[in-house]
Design a binder for this molecule. Sequence first.
Ligand SMILES: [Zn+2]
Length: 385
Amino acid sequence: MALLLKNANVVDVEAGVANNGNVLLDGGKIVDTTINAVEGGMRVFDCRGGFLVPGFADAHVHIGLEPDWRNKEAKLPLDKQYNTGRISRNVDSALDYGITLMRDVGSPGVWGFKAREQLEKRGRSRLAVAGRLLTNGHAKELGVLVQGRDLPKAAMVEIGRGADVIKVASNKTSISEKAVHEPYTVQELRKLVKTCEKHGRKVAGHAHEPELIERALRAGVHTLEHSWPLDEQMAEQMRRKGIIVVPTYAAAELSRLPEKVSLVPRNVYKAIYLPWLRKLESGIKRAIRCGVTLACGSDAGFVPISFGRYAVGEAQAFERFGAAPQEALKSLTIRGAEACGFQDRLGRIEEGFEADLVLLKANPLRSTSALSKVAAVFSRGRLVR
Ligand SMILES: [Zn+2]
């Protein structure tokens, strides 16, 4: 049955305006944004002057993983079992914060695909799936080890399985590992990007070292994950090419919390995490100043944070680092949908778009603090929170 959301301030995120109006949802879609009268066979939801925005997107999660690391089944690679209950818990936790779309950028085996199927059956929330992470060694428990020359072939396997997006990791070293890996060349990455573009898929590039970020940018990845450090030239290149950065700052900021919560020993925090956090902060500030497009990602699952809250926290951090509230809201909606490759059907309140919406008690164009004041969440045209 059609559902009329009446008496709302409907936020046009791109234009940065909120206009009083009604929105009609039917068949899981937004079917009318000009309707004024209630007609027969329509249910009505009174928004009471709240602010209606597109459903929020968390552009970087690991959906299959257990976010509560104190739970002893959580630790990879010990945990080999796909866990239906855990997927539902993660999705529900995200919905509590208004996250109706997530991009899974690496879960073991075929978990991402199974999770997407589970969500379809359940009829709520959405998942863009990267399938297995294509990696030169980093986080290989979430993906498959691939030689540089085999990247296009490996991407085709994931696309054949139904991947919405391809994730590639090329690190020499990382904060979480001791091993040193042989990174992919620009040419190898470029061939991967070309193959994916031919099949309408975006490439999410994960790199840490400056030289490897540079390679990913030159190869033309569509989103850059984590992205630190980020100098002026890199930022300029990203702006010019329209590359979206998903800094996953919240995950790094977690290390600030007491050891009991963050699981990061204080001496490690001081020696490794604090300098990292500072680099990340200055990188985000630089990206904002240069007009680089940002999307919100939490890295939930890979780090011990619950799903939902930290993606919204990411938008709030962007405002703290100099972004206008409207820009931060874009990062949490339109840009997230873009990162998934779903920009034609998600991220806007427009006729024909999917009916994923969040009702807020305050105006998010004034302050991102409003993003935490969720009054209702609609997923696929139905009220779910
Ligand atoms: Zn991650």
